[in-house]
Ligand binder design. Structure first.
Ligand code: SF4
Ligand code: SF4
Length: 452
């Protein structure tokens, strides 16, 4: 079978329909300045071994993992150090060899602070339990149940930022017929997925076959933006049985619901999930982790991350052990051009500003971005001028200004009635608001309070 390459040239906008005298919604996204040039041509580099790692017990959506090592225990790379403690939870493995020196509270890039297992390196980089690698013929013989079990044991979670345990996502409660591989990487600055696509194309394709086998699907789409021509060329040259869907580069293309709409023209209704419309979406980094777990018997203990921003003099795409404090990554890309005023973990739109550079890399960290004072300067919040820009630009068709009002008045059920729970926290409303309203922040709070 020949590979098919489909191009999507549609534009997003609200259009005025003269017949109904209404504004009609089209797929709503905007083109952002990409800022990817600093790292897109930088090959993946390995971070030198850190002397200490702080591996958080909370790295997946759901319950924190339970430690299965004690202070003083020697550990090897890839050794399980914490086990899944609930249905939605995941295993955690040591990313270096050495000794457990503490189990303590430590800063966390998403949760503020959590328990973490601290490991001091012995400098040996010894891998534990040397299992045989699998060749393609052996991998082909694995049943879906066996593949899911390997993925569960390897502690794989969504690596695009969501951190949902992958073995659960590969066993949806309803039958699905389509798998979409999210290769959009639509956030500005980030290029680690792009480098992975260029440098590990064959391995990604093997990972896709494994995921498709688990789901029992035949329709497979590789969804990729048109700002990644080299990756498109490489997939096109190697893919035989999947459809490569080329999408216009825009934000937030990588949101699951937006991607499904743009690739398949299907709408995931409010309150529903992709499997409700027969689709599962996996990030390309997660797919590569599946390949490593099945073919190389390698648990998820390291990840790729873009270290970039105006303060970084040597921006890079780094492969680093989970638990490495981000200051080690920043130092490796130094000297700094300017004193940094803001550190963001993730992309500039959905990422989270950090109060310390001691926060460690976790399974879902996609980027470390350092902004200078001018870029980081917070604009003063003003009164809403009811311009409607947040509404007309929201990709989920929400009314951010009204959810914001409800949230400010702590009217959580009203916020819920405005479908606050559908917000994908893309940050577009903040980005377009001329009054500098902190819309996403208040919507996030409303989401948390509305489900209490
Ligand atoms: S952050 Fe939420 S409310 Fe704001 S534009 Fe994105 S989806 Fe809409
Ligand atoms: S974009 Fe800002 S100023 Fe305009 S309606 Fe929304 S909250 Fe109000």
């Amino acid at each position: 079978m020949k590979s098919r390459i489909i191009t999507n040239s549609s534009r997003n906008s609200w259009k005025f329909d003269k017949n109904s005298w209404k504004f009609v919604f089209k797929k709503n996204m905007i083109k952002l300045k990409e800022h990817k040039h600093a790292t897109e041509n930088k090959k993946i580099e390995k971070l030198p071994l850190p002397s200490k790692v702080y591996i958080p017990l909370s790295q997946a959506l759901g319950k924190a993992s339970a430690p299965c090592v004690q202070i003083g225990d020697p550990v090897l790379i890839g050794q399980k150090i914490a086990v899944s403690s609930a249905t939605i939870s995941s295993n955690i493995h040591s990313s270096i060899s050495g000794k457990v020196s503490a189990i303590q509270d430590w800063p966390h890039s998403v949760l503020g602070e959590t328990r973490a297992i601290v490991i001091e390196s012995d400098g040996l980089e010894e891998r534990g339990e040397k299992k045989e690698q699998r060749i393609e013929k052996e991998a082909d013989k694995l049943t879906p149940e066996q593949i899911r079990n390997i993925i569960f044991e390897a502690g794989i979670v969504g690596m695009g930022g969501a951190s949902f345990p992958t073995h659960i996502k590969l066993n949806p409660p309803k039958p699905v017929d389509t798998l979409i591989i999210n290769c959009a990487e639509c956030e500005p600055y980030l290029t680690c997925d792009y480098r992975l696509m260029l440098e590990k194309t064959r391995e990604i394709l093997q990972g896709i076959s494994l995921a498709a086998k688990c789901l029992g699907v035949k329709k497979i789409y590789i969804a990729i933006e048109d700002n990644k021509p080299e990756a498109i060329k490489q997939f096109g040259a190697q893919v035989s049985e999947f459809v490569i869907k080329i999408l216009k580069s825009q934000y937030p293309q990588g949101g699951e619901k937006q991607l499904i709409k743009n690739v398949l023209g299907k709408e995931v209704p409010s309150g529903k999930l992709p499997f409700d419309v027969g689709v599962v979406v996996h990030n390309v980094g997660t797919i590569y982790a599946i390949y490593e777990a099945v073919y190389l018997n390698k648990p998820l203990y390291e990840r790729l991350v873009s270290v970039t921003g105006s303060c970084i003099s040597n921006p890079k795409n780094l492969l680093a052990p989970i638990g490495t404090p981000i200051k080690e990554l920043i130092n490796f890309c130094s000297p700094l051009k300017h004193e940094s005023a803001k550190i963001i973990i993730g992309g500039p739109m959905m990422g989270i500003a950090q109060w310390t550079d001691e926060v460690p890399l976790i399974k879902s960290t996609t980027g470390v971005i350092l902004f200078n004072e001018k870029e980081a300067k917070a604009r003063e919040e003003e009164a809403c001028i009811r311009c409607g820009a947040c509404i007309s630009n929201c990709p989920m068709r929400l009314m951010p200004c009204l959810i914001n009002l409800s949230s400010e008045k702590e009217m959580w059920q009203e916020a819920k009635a405005y479908n606050a729970l559908d917000c994908i926290e893309c940050g577009l409303c903040n980005y377009v608001c001329p009054a500098n309203r902190m819309l996403v922040q208040s919507i996030k709070r409303a989401k948390l309070e509305a489900v209490k």
